[in-house]
Design a protein around this ligand. Sequence first.
Ligand code: MOS
Length: 737
Amino acid sequence: MSDLIGPDLARIEGPAKLTGNARYAAEIPIKGLAYAALVQSTIAAGRIRSVDARQALAAAGVIAVMTHENAPRLDRTAESPQITMFPLLQDDRVLFNGQHVALVIAESFEQATHAATLLAIDYERQPAIAVMPDRPDAASQETPKDFRNGERPPDSDRGDAPAALGTAAVTVDAVYTTPVEHHNPMEPHATIAAWDGDALILYNATQAVSSNQQALAKMFGLPPAKVRVISSYVGGGFGCKGATWPHIPLAAMAARMVGRPVKLVLTRRNMFTSNGYRPRTVQRVALGAAQDGKLQAILHEGVTQNSAYGEFAEPVGLASEMLYSCPNVHVTHRLTKVNAGLPTYMRAPGEASGVYALECAMDELAYALQMDPVALRLANHADRDEHQDLPWSSKSLRQCYEQGAAAFGWDKRSPKPGLQRDGALLIGMGMATATYPTNRSKAGALARLLANGQVVVQCGSQEIGGGTYTIMAQTAADTLGLPIARVRAELGDSTMPPAPVSGGSQTTASIQPAVQAACRALLAKAIDLAAQDPASPLAGAAPDSVTAGDGRLFLRSDPGRGVSFQDLLRRAGRSTLDARADSDPGDIKKRYSMHAFGAQFAEVAVDPDLGEIRLRRYTGVFAAGRILNAKTARSQMIGGIVYGMGMALLEHSEVDPRTGRITNASLADYLVPVHADVPPIDIHFVPEQDDIVNPLGAKGIGELPMVGVAAAIANAVYHATGKRIRDLPLTVDKLLA
Ligand code: MOS
């Protein structure tokens, strides 16, 4: 491939975003728009006895109040659990504090927001469990019924881990807990719904136009072609824009009810109750090793928070099955029901929480063995996936450890904790492993040559901020031999060839092969057209003898003989030439285990008097297949590490146990790292070309960089202080306790 793949290339939609020309869902100008505001339950469980809407309806500008008594009925028989489980104003039940119980529709956002405060709702309260217990007892634990969409059981055993733990020379056995966290993308959820007869159009901030379309079509009993979902730009999702959350159908229901387009933009407070969260986890990790550090047993028992209605099982134990070589591994996943909304995928779901626990336990084991933490991991390197009994498609984890240790200066770390100081501050160094599965799904793409010689590539995927427009244009330009300025990439419209949810770090690995295939098909069609034109300089040329470069087709043996794309279409009397292609991973996952890997190194300074923890510097080294754009990739790695930093030190959603109300539902109270918190972050990629994962050789990188960060920081805090805190985030109160 040419030099268009790989280098630092700034994102192509950057200028549009900077100048405000990129329109996000809430910014689409629509005539006759009405505005909706949510009304949310103030109790954790019970039912609605009555709603008195008289005052709200009398308020200025109010058009309608939609409650369970008058809301359009939806088809709830549809198979998709996404549709049947969410409360959608279909009955009087209240299952959690913050559940949507009414929508007020008015002429302006302010009028709707005001009138929403005037609704008088009489509730019948029922007993509720608003907070997941610190140590859920066996009676409160349930086995997931539909773990990983039924693709595998929730538990796994290799060998006999409990027995091996009992006889191991050195063991650690501890419980780690992680809190509820919320995604908090900068752009809140926003939906504009407009009906044209029985056709519905939605401008929607989403990571999944295709599944939104399917879900809405089922709910409203429409053929999918009658529902169009558009999402040209997304201001961050991190998993919370993956599902078809209630505000999307609610906006469509409201628009149907008032006969006008309706806009529903969630407030920051709404964002804490309306679109999932990372569930609280309580994880027991027990490790047994021989004196030389070789693992004999891994036990990982995870209990995670679930809602009182649907099922979401955070897969915390999956990395423990495959990350290290170990003959005896026991993993379980259990759920505890809480009167809270449904949890969902959030920034490296499963691995972020699970690898935190595993990699802290590995650190504890290293101290118990008096062994260097990097050496312990190298001693237990898995040369194949022992859980699936499959070879890796590629793996460069050893290089990640080695390059990371060298770049970070790991050799300067004292083996014992509490010994390194900088003035009055305690200094600590910690490390952890990163791993994330390489996912790939079926995807389609369209390539269209225009009369002016430009090419448009389309894919029903979406740009959630990672650089998908840019990588798509690079792939197309590279395949077609065009300057990148002559390619226009289009995304985020359900009328385009379908693509998967932009989640699970799968977008690049899934859609770029489709874009490449569509462009190759377009090239073949163009060559064919030229060869069949008797007057063309390429008349009769064999397909293999022709190639493309600089916007023209020419003979490999005689580059002077050729035709420009513009001339090609003009001669053929055509205004466009289209090609569509689909890409399918087939059964590749049955034959190879596909993962990206990395090594995380953190240095912290801890004030021993105040308990303040500051991250001082950070090194992350990653092996994730071929890096298609070094600049956007590096940005993603930095972003992921900053998420991990938030998880380690700041982020947690607090719930009032009496009412189930989230008490810190604002960005003033729910803390995330800001620029002043973030130290220099040193990113390296280990060159890796993986021809098994897909034709481009690229693994996913979106979630990998956040995995292991919280452990690396927690391990550094232990190294600084000698104090092991097993509950995230690592806040002052816990350090001083
Ligand atoms: Mo990601 S949490 O799979 O959108």
